[in-house]
Design a protein around this ligand. Structure first.
Ligand code: NAP
Length: 248
């Protein structure tokens, strides 16, 4: 039955995809420091930052083929995975800034931002049911953003980022329906971490009140608390760092 205990509850794996993210780094450090943090498997385009026995680091270029072969390797952890985090996402990079007005839209920017925020997570979600299905409750969290909420959009701008996160949210809602049939033990959640002090938010922090700019460590704590609050059977969620639902 979904959510019931497995034979060996001490054999627990956390899968962290997009592990080069600053927020992911804080989560990895936090889990690695916990005595019962379980096994950590980290996946990234980048090489492991510092070799550590606590983390099994796998590099992946996020091509469809490489995602498929990585998922095949991950099958050794089948039955033990209880948390999956997908951190992939970009707001800007060395070439691209978030659009302020329609004239700023470009095919290149749209393709690049949609690729990292939506397409890469979608390719992972498509491959994960076989690995994740089983008796153990597993929470899969995709890093979204409140600006992906269509209801909440009062300010406009940031077209490609908003579009990519709104599409990610729809991915979560739609995949949750299929996972109910194919891996009913899995809870899917789109998650807004608040504004976190990382390179992604750096250029846009000036108007953020000090108490609303979270350190990556604090954001990692909120993230794990929110995941711990999800019960078996709950899925297709869109929640923030307080654990509160966000209007889609
Ligand atoms: N920081 C905030 O205030 C904030 C607020 C709301 C939502 N978020 C979301 O939280 C997540 C993590 O953000 P962060 O602040 O930790 O950002 P970050 O440090 O800039 O991390 C960037 C993430 O995006 C991935 N990435 C970058 N370029 C990519 C590409 N071309 N293709 C695929 N993946 C790519 C990286 O994966 P690799 O490990 O492979 O490099 C990494 O996981 C993002 O999805 C972001 O939208 C952040």
């Amino acid at each position: 039955m979904a959510g019931s205990a497995t034979k060996d509850d001490t054999d627990r794996t956390t899968l962290i995809i997009g592990a080069g993210s600053t927020l992911a780094g804080a989560l990895i450090r936090q889990l690695a420091a916990e005595a019962d943090g379980g096994r950590i498997v980290a996946i990234s385009r980048r090489p492991a930052p510092t070799p550590g026995a606590a983390v099994h680091w796998i590099t992946c270029d996020y091509s469809e083929q490489h995602i498929a072969s990585t998922c095949a390797k991950l099958m050794t952890y089948q039955g033990s995975v209880q948390r999956v985090y997908l951190f992939n996402g970009q707001l800007h990079n060395t070439d691209l800034l978030p659009e302020k007005r329609l004239e700023d839209l470009s095919e290149r920017c749209l393709q690049s931002i949609l690729h990292s925020n939506t397409i890469v997570p979608a390719l992972w979600l498509a491959r994960l049911p076989t690995l994740l299905r089983g008796p153990r409750h597993c929470v899969v969290t995709l890093l979204s953003a409140r600006v992906g909420s269509i209801n909440d959009n009062q300010l406009g701008g940031w077209y490609s980022y908003r579009m990519s996160k709104a599409a990610l949210n729809m991915l979560v809602k739609t995949a949750a329906i299929e996972y109910q049939r194919r891996a009913e033990n899995v809870s899917l959640m789109a998650y807004h971490p608040g504004t976190v002090d990382t390179p992604l938010s750096k250029p846009f922090q000036s108007r953020v009140p000090e108490d609303k700019l979270f350190s990556p460590q604090r954001a990692a704590t909120y993230l794990t608390q929110c995941c711990d609050g999800i019960k078996p059977g709950q899925s297709g969620l869109y929640r923030d760092w307080r654990g509160e639902d966000i209007a889609w």
